[in-house]
Design a protein around this ligand. Structure first.
Ligand code: 6GU
Length: 231
Protein backbone atom coordinates (compact mmCIF):
# COMPACT_ATOMS: atom_id res chain seq x y z
CA UNK A 1 0.00 0.00 0.00
CA UNK A 2 1.22 3.45 -0.87
CA UNK A 3 -0.07 6.44 1.00
CA UNK A 4 0.24 9.98 -0.32
CA UNK A 5 -0.29 12.96 1.98
CA UNK A 6 -0.56 16.10 -0.11
CA UNK A 7 -0.27 19.53 1.48
CA UNK A 8 -1.82 22.26 -0.64
CA UNK A 9 -3.58 25.63 -0.57
CA UNK A 10 -5.99 24.26 -3.21
CA UNK A 11 -7.17 20.76 -2.23
CA UNK A 12 -10.18 21.15 -4.54
CA UNK A 13 -7.85 21.20 -7.53
CA UNK A 14 -6.53 17.74 -6.66
CA UNK A 15 -9.72 15.88 -5.84
CA UNK A 16 -11.12 15.18 -9.27
CA UNK A 17 -7.94 14.24 -11.19
CA UNK A 18 -7.21 11.42 -8.72
CA UNK A 19 -10.76 10.03 -8.48
CA UNK A 20 -11.24 8.29 -11.81
CA UNK A 21 -10.12 5.33 -13.85
CA UNK A 22 -6.96 3.60 -12.67
CA UNK A 23 -6.44 5.89 -9.65
CA UNK A 24 -9.95 5.19 -8.34
CA UNK A 25 -9.49 1.48 -8.94
CA UNK A 26 -6.19 1.51 -7.06
CA UNK A 27 -7.95 3.19 -4.13
CA UNK A 28 -10.85 0.72 -4.26
CA UNK A 29 -8.39 -2.19 -4.24
CA UNK A 30 -6.81 -0.75 -1.08
CA UNK A 31 -3.45 -0.28 -2.83
CA UNK A 32 -3.43 3.53 -2.87
CA UNK A 33 -4.52 6.19 -0.39
CA UNK A 34 -4.46 9.90 -1.13
CA UNK A 35 -5.04 12.32 1.75
CA UNK A 36 -5.37 16.02 0.99
CA UNK A 37 -4.41 18.57 3.64
CA UNK A 38 -5.55 22.15 3.31
CA UNK A 39 -2.67 24.41 4.34
CA UNK A 40 -5.08 27.14 5.41
CA UNK A 41 -6.36 24.93 8.23
CA UNK A 42 -2.88 25.06 9.76
CA UNK A 43 -2.62 28.84 9.55
CA UNK A 44 -3.45 30.93 12.61
CA UNK A 45 -4.85 34.40 13.16
CA UNK A 46 -8.04 36.04 12.00
CA UNK A 47 -7.15 35.79 8.32
CA UNK A 48 -5.47 32.38 8.38
CA UNK A 49 -2.76 33.85 6.21
CA UNK A 50 -0.66 31.26 4.37
CA UNK A 51 1.56 33.56 2.31
CA UNK A 52 3.44 36.82 2.68
CA UNK A 53 5.64 39.31 0.81
CA UNK A 54 9.17 38.25 0.04
CA UNK A 55 12.08 39.82 1.87
CA UNK A 56 14.28 41.88 -0.40
CA UNK A 57 11.37 42.89 -2.58
CA UNK A 58 10.07 41.46 -5.81
CA UNK A 59 6.73 40.44 -7.20
CA UNK A 60 4.76 37.48 -5.91
CA UNK A 61 3.90 35.97 -2.57
CA UNK A 62 5.82 33.26 -0.70
CA UNK A 63 4.25 30.50 1.40
CA UNK A 64 4.97 31.18 5.08
CA UNK A 65 6.95 28.58 7.04
CA UNK A 66 4.79 28.24 10.18
CA UNK A 67 1.60 26.68 8.72
CA UNK A 68 3.65 24.27 6.59
CA UNK A 69 5.76 23.26 9.60
CA UNK A 70 2.59 22.72 11.65
CA UNK A 71 1.10 20.45 9.00
CA UNK A 72 4.31 18.51 8.28
CA UNK A 73 4.97 18.17 12.02
CA UNK A 74 1.52 16.73 12.66
CA UNK A 75 1.88 14.22 9.82
CA UNK A 76 5.40 13.21 10.92
CA UNK A 77 4.12 12.57 14.45
CA UNK A 78 1.56 10.13 13.02
CA UNK A 79 3.79 7.97 10.79
CA UNK A 80 7.25 7.73 9.24
CA UNK A 81 7.67 9.07 5.72
CA UNK A 82 9.89 7.50 3.08
CA UNK A 83 9.98 10.73 1.09
CA UNK A 84 8.94 14.33 1.59
CA UNK A 85 8.61 15.79 -1.87
CA UNK A 86 8.28 19.42 -2.90
CA UNK A 87 6.82 20.14 -6.34
CA UNK A 88 8.70 23.03 -7.89
CA UNK A 89 9.88 24.07 -11.39
CA UNK A 90 13.49 24.12 -10.11
CA UNK A 91 13.33 20.47 -8.98
CA UNK A 92 14.71 17.39 -10.75
CA UNK A 93 12.62 16.58 -13.81
CA UNK A 94 10.44 13.55 -13.05
CA UNK A 95 11.22 10.43 -15.08
CA UNK A 96 9.99 6.84 -15.23
CA UNK A 97 12.89 5.51 -13.17
CA UNK A 98 12.03 7.84 -10.28
CA UNK A 99 8.36 6.83 -10.58
CA UNK A 100 9.34 3.15 -10.40
CA UNK A 101 11.38 3.79 -7.25
CA UNK A 102 8.62 5.80 -5.57
CA UNK A 103 6.05 3.09 -6.36
CA UNK A 104 7.94 0.76 -3.98
CA UNK A 105 7.65 3.20 -1.05
CA UNK A 106 5.02 3.23 1.67
CA UNK A 107 4.37 6.76 2.90
CA UNK A 108 5.02 9.74 0.67
CA UNK A 109 4.36 13.35 1.62
CA UNK A 110 4.00 15.97 -1.11
CA UNK A 111 4.15 19.70 -0.48
CA UNK A 112 2.71 21.67 -3.39
CA UNK A 113 4.52 24.85 -4.29
CA UNK A 114 2.38 27.89 -4.99
CA UNK A 115 2.77 31.54 -5.97
CA UNK A 116 6.50 32.31 -5.88
CA UNK A 117 7.24 29.19 -3.86
CA UNK A 118 7.83 28.35 -0.21
CA UNK A 119 10.19 29.87 2.30
CA UNK A 120 13.61 28.32 1.63
CA UNK A 121 13.98 27.22 5.28
CA UNK A 122 11.14 24.71 4.83
CA UNK A 123 13.05 23.14 1.96
CA UNK A 124 16.20 22.93 4.07
CA UNK A 125 14.51 21.48 7.12
CA UNK A 126 12.05 18.93 5.74
CA UNK A 127 12.21 18.27 2.02
CA UNK A 128 14.01 15.12 0.84
CA UNK A 129 13.22 15.36 -2.86
CA UNK A 130 12.33 18.21 -5.22
CA UNK A 131 10.43 17.36 -8.37
CA UNK A 132 9.50 19.28 -11.51
CA UNK A 133 7.36 17.75 -14.25
CA UNK A 134 9.04 19.57 -17.13
CA UNK A 135 10.65 22.74 -18.37
CA UNK A 136 7.65 25.06 -18.32
CA UNK A 137 5.99 26.95 -15.48
CA UNK A 138 2.63 26.04 -13.94
CA UNK A 139 0.72 28.45 -11.73
CA UNK A 140 1.10 26.03 -8.84
CA UNK A 141 2.51 22.64 -7.88
CA UNK A 142 -0.93 20.99 -7.55
CA UNK A 143 -1.20 19.74 -11.11
CA UNK A 144 2.37 18.49 -10.88
CA UNK A 145 1.46 16.60 -7.69
CA UNK A 146 -1.51 15.03 -9.51
CA UNK A 147 0.83 13.96 -12.32
CA UNK A 148 3.23 12.49 -9.77
CA UNK A 149 0.52 10.49 -7.93
CA UNK A 150 -0.91 9.20 -11.21
CA UNK A 151 2.47 8.20 -12.68
CA UNK A 152 3.56 6.52 -9.43
CA UNK A 153 0.14 5.12 -8.46
CA UNK A 154 -0.31 3.07 -11.61
CA UNK A 155 3.04 1.36 -10.97
CA UNK A 156 2.15 0.13 -7.48
CA UNK A 157 2.23 -3.67 -7.65
CA UNK A 158 -1.31 -4.98 -8.21
CA UNK A 159 -2.82 -1.77 -9.58
CA UNK A 160 -2.53 -2.69 -13.25
CA UNK A 161 -3.72 -5.98 -14.68
CA UNK A 162 -2.38 -7.74 -17.80
CA UNK A 163 -4.46 -5.56 -20.06
CA UNK A 164 -3.10 -2.32 -18.67
CA UNK A 165 0.37 -3.65 -17.88
CA UNK A 166 3.11 -1.07 -17.49
CA UNK A 167 5.69 -3.42 -18.97
CA UNK A 168 5.18 -2.10 -22.49
CA UNK A 169 4.76 1.59 -21.66
CA UNK A 170 6.82 4.20 -23.40
CA UNK A 171 9.98 4.85 -21.32
CA UNK A 172 9.75 1.60 -19.35
CA UNK A 173 12.83 0.43 -21.31
CA UNK A 174 13.83 3.88 -22.61
CA UNK A 175 11.90 3.24 -25.82
CA UNK A 176 8.74 4.95 -27.00
CA UNK A 177 5.71 2.68 -27.35
CA UNK A 178 4.86 1.28 -30.82
CA UNK A 179 1.69 2.31 -32.72
CA UNK A 180 -1.52 0.50 -31.76
CA UNK A 181 -4.68 -0.30 -33.72
CA UNK A 182 -8.16 -1.62 -33.01
CA UNK A 183 -11.15 -2.63 -35.13
CA UNK A 184 -12.13 -2.11 -37.87
CA UNK A 185 -9.17 -3.66 -39.74
CA UNK A 186 -9.83 -1.21 -42.57
CA UNK A 187 -11.07 2.33 -41.93
CA UNK A 188 -11.39 5.14 -44.47
CA UNK A 189 -9.26 3.07 -46.83
CA UNK A 190 -6.48 2.79 -44.23
CA UNK A 191 -5.42 -0.73 -43.30
CA UNK A 192 -4.02 -2.09 -40.05
CA UNK A 193 -0.51 -3.50 -40.68
CA UNK A 194 -0.86 -7.09 -41.92
CA UNK A 195 1.52 -8.54 -39.34
CA UNK A 196 -0.77 -7.54 -36.44
CA UNK A 197 -3.57 -9.63 -37.97
CA UNK A 198 -1.31 -12.63 -38.56
CA UNK A 199 -1.48 -14.09 -35.05
CA UNK A 200 2.26 -14.78 -35.33
CA UNK A 201 3.51 -13.68 -31.93
CA UNK A 202 7.23 -13.66 -32.71
CA UNK A 203 6.77 -11.57 -35.87
CA UNK A 204 4.44 -9.21 -34.03
CA UNK A 205 6.99 -8.67 -31.26
CA UNK A 206 9.73 -8.05 -33.81
CA UNK A 207 7.53 -5.56 -35.68
CA UNK A 208 6.67 -3.74 -32.43
CA UNK A 209 10.31 -3.51 -31.43
CA UNK A 210 11.28 -2.14 -34.87
CA UNK A 211 8.50 0.46 -34.68
CA UNK A 212 9.53 1.45 -31.14
CA UNK A 213 13.16 1.75 -32.15
CA UNK A 214 12.36 3.80 -35.26
CA UNK A 215 10.09 6.15 -33.31
CA UNK A 216 12.62 6.62 -30.56
CA UNK A 217 15.46 7.35 -33.03
CA UNK A 218 13.42 9.99 -34.85
CA UNK A 219 11.41 11.58 -32.04
CA UNK A 220 13.72 11.19 -29.07
CA UNK A 221 17.35 10.89 -30.19
CA UNK A 222 18.33 11.67 -26.57
CA UNK A 223 16.59 8.50 -25.34
CA UNK A 224 18.01 6.49 -28.23
CA UNK A 225 21.56 7.53 -27.32
CA UNK A 226 20.93 6.36 -23.76
CA UNK A 227 19.83 2.99 -25.17
CA UNK A 228 22.84 2.44 -27.37
CA UNK A 229 25.21 3.69 -24.64
CA UNK A 230 24.31 0.73 -22.47
CA UNK A 231 26.94 -2.05 -22.55
CL1 6GU B 1 6.39 20.96 -9.91
N1 6GU B 1 5.53 23.41 -10.27
C1 6GU B 1 5.30 24.50 -11.02
N2 6GU B 1 4.76 25.57 -10.45
N3 6GU B 1 5.59 24.55 -12.31
C2 6GU B 1 6.12 23.46 -12.85
C3 6GU B 1 6.38 22.30 -12.13
C4 6GU B 1 6.08 22.31 -10.81
N4 6GU B 1 6.93 21.40 -12.95
C5 6GU B 1 6.98 21.97 -14.13
N5 6GU B 1 6.51 23.22 -14.09
Amino acid sequence: MTRFDIITVLPELLESPLSYSIMQRAKNKGLLEVHLHSLREYATGKHRQVDDYQFGGGAGMVLKPEPIAACIGKLMSERDYDAIIYTTPDGKVLDQQTCNQLSMKGNIMVLCGHYKGVDERIREKYITMEISIGDYVLSGGELAAAVLVDAVGRLIPGVLNDETSALFDSFQDDLLAPPVYTRPAEWEGMKVPEVLLSGHEKLINEWRYEQSAARTRVRRPDLWEKNTDQP
